[in-house]
Design a protein around this ligand. Structure first.
Ligand code: SF4
Length: 520
């Protein structure tokens, strides 16, 4: 008999700083479905809400409904999780709040001020929280992700492995250095069969191409069989730059691979080395991409525009190289590097005094300057502003897309052509996925002056003791030094270790739940 109510929310703050929903963005959050599978279905009623898909959650009926509120999200959603906890606790003083995700993992001590359980372990360890809160009988014997609670879609998501064998300095996976593990084949099959037949399954692994090639090939065999059985038309995966050998590409295409995403970040080898992304320097990246297309697989990637170590002129030259080269696809996104909390890159930036003053955690997204640029700040701002709509490059992007499509038309099937064209469209008109066509923002693109989202003003009445949940979490002070609340968790690697062991219960959303801009 149902006796407990559970609401699982993927908290989300949009880069437009507007209350938008992005139901068409790929990928969508999967962590809520995996977390939902932890609960015993006969004892708990579980509801999922994804703010990425459906926009900000401000419904008092839903926020006041659960006995247990589980929150997950990326770094920039830390404050949003605080806000949601404040609403739920005001509406139902008996609700228990649980938070997980990369920011909670980095800031366990700070998080414990706002949530009953601030968790840093794996998704499965939500079981420990449930048992601690309610005792036995409320966890699933055999956790199965609650794909049945997700909105219908022609795209499915699945996880076949966790972690990564590489240590790129900007990646959160370099903080915890967990061992690469892959799922049992039966479990991969179970995840896919639990979802209705899809056009394409996206593998949300941190890096599908783990250190054991035979294991990767065996997982491809499972996917090939599922394609053959008609469960999907094909699949897409995130892989590291060492994947792109002719043998691997042939095996992937034969197994139904339609597209591969790999974090190119830059075509500048010296910069890649400076970020410990050595696996991307084994082969000229242009050759890696061309090989992928010749094998009949769409190549997707993102670029990181590091204004702190490179001149704008240098970055423009790199963009010119991409936009004039039909051998390369357009990138899926152009992002500023983010000093994600606790990463080696973050500590370097703090040590070298590269953080701007008064940076808020909310500001640490890929479109806001949080680090001192090499060029004068007004020039850097103008450049970042123009990037949002790729101003100055739109006509070239159109011409490039035409030339790229002509060059690769015969190599791709219809679904792949749609993927390639959709990728170019998303870069040229990023508001396509947000529906925010006509809404103007007053963004400054600098962490010190960027206006906060409306969500920082409470949309519902909130008890006075939770008012501080609406205060933005500050990363640096007026001098650009780490604030005390950050230093407590992140001031040293020792601090991180102490914070993790002092935590009440472990949980981590290792499932990649948003744009995988920092993986593979
Ligand atoms: S960025 Fe990609 S390759 Fe580098 S550590 Fe992260 S997951 Fe691995």
């Amino acid at each position: 008999m149902i006796s407990k109510r559970v609401l699982i929310v993927n908290a989300y703050c949009d880069e437009l700083r507007l209350p938008v929903a992005r139901p068409n963005k790929i990928p969508q959050a999967m962590a809520p479905a995996f977390l939902g599978g932890t609960f015993n279905r006969t004892a708990c009623e579980v509801r999922l809400y994804d703010e990425l898909h459906s926009g900000p959650l401000n419904d008092p009926a839903l926020l006041g409904w659960p006995d247990l509120l589980v929150l997950t999200g990326l770094n920039t959603a830390f404050d949003r999780m605080k806000q949601l906890a404040a609403y739920a606790r005001t509406l139902n003083p008996r609700v228990l709040t649980v938070a997980g995700g990369s920011a909670i993992r980095a800031l366990p001590r700070l998080a414990s001020h706002y949530f009953d359980y601030a968790c840093t372990g794996d998704t499965e360890e939500l079981k420990d929280v449930i048992r601690d809160a309610w005792g036995h009988g409320f966890t699933a014997e055999e956790p199965t992700p609650r794909f049945d609670l997700l909105p219908p879609s022609r795209i499915g998501y699945v996880e076949t492995s966790r972690n990564c064998q590489f240590r790129c300095s900007f990646c959160t996976l370099s903080v915890h250095r967990r061992r690469y593990t892959s799922y049992a084949h039966a479990e991969i099959r179970r995840q896919i069969e639990a979802q209705s037949a899809k056009d394409i399954f996206v593998l949300l692994d941190n890096n599908f191409y783990g250190p054991d090639r035979n294991d990767v090939l065996a997982r491809m065999d499972v996917l090939a069989a599922l394609c053959h059985e008609g469960r999907m038309k094909g699949w897409a995966a995130l892989v590291s730059g060492d994947f792109f050998t002719p043998e691997n590409l042939r095996a992937a295409r034969n197994a139904g691979c339609l597209a591969l995403f790999s974090g190119v970040e830059s075509f500048d080898t010296a910069w890649l080395r400076s970020r410990s992304k050595f696996q991307n320097t084994r082969l000229p990246q242009e050759e890696m991409i061309t090989r992928c297309h010749e094998a009949g697989i769409v190549f997707l990637y993102g670029m990181m525009l590091d204004l702190t170590t490179r001149r704008i002129a240098d970055i423009r030259a790199e963009m010119d190289f991409v936009f004039s080269n039909p051998r390369l696809p357009l990138p899926s996104y152009l992002a500023l590097p983010i000093p994600l909390l606790g990463t080696p890159f973050f500590h370097d930036c703090v040590r070298q005094g590269r953080m701007l003053p008064n940076v808020r955690l909310r500001d640490m997204d890929a479109t806001t300057l949080a680090l001192r640029p090499l060029d004068p700040l007004p020039e850097a701002v103008a450049f970042v502003r123009s990037l949002q709509q790729i101003r100055g490059y739109r006509l070239r992007a159109l011409l490039h897309t035409a030339r790229f499509t002509r060059r690769n038309f015969g190599r791709f099937n219809t679904l792949q052509r749609l993927i390639a064209l959709g990728n170019a469209a998303a870069l040229c008109a990023p508001t396509i996925t947000s529906g925010a066509w006509s809404r103007r923002t007053t963004r400054t693109f600098v962490a010190t002056t960027e206006p906060l989202d409306n969500s920082y003003r409470s949309a519902l009445p909130v008890a006075s003791r939770f008012q501080d949940h609406f205060r933005p979490t500050m990363v640096t002070d007026a001098q650009g030094r780490l604030t005390d609340e950050m230093a407590e968790d992140l001031g040293s690697s020792e601090g991180i270790r102490q914070g993790r062991s002092a935590n009440r219960s472990p949980m981590e959303t290792s499932v990649q739940n948003l744009l995988p801009a920092r993986t593979a």
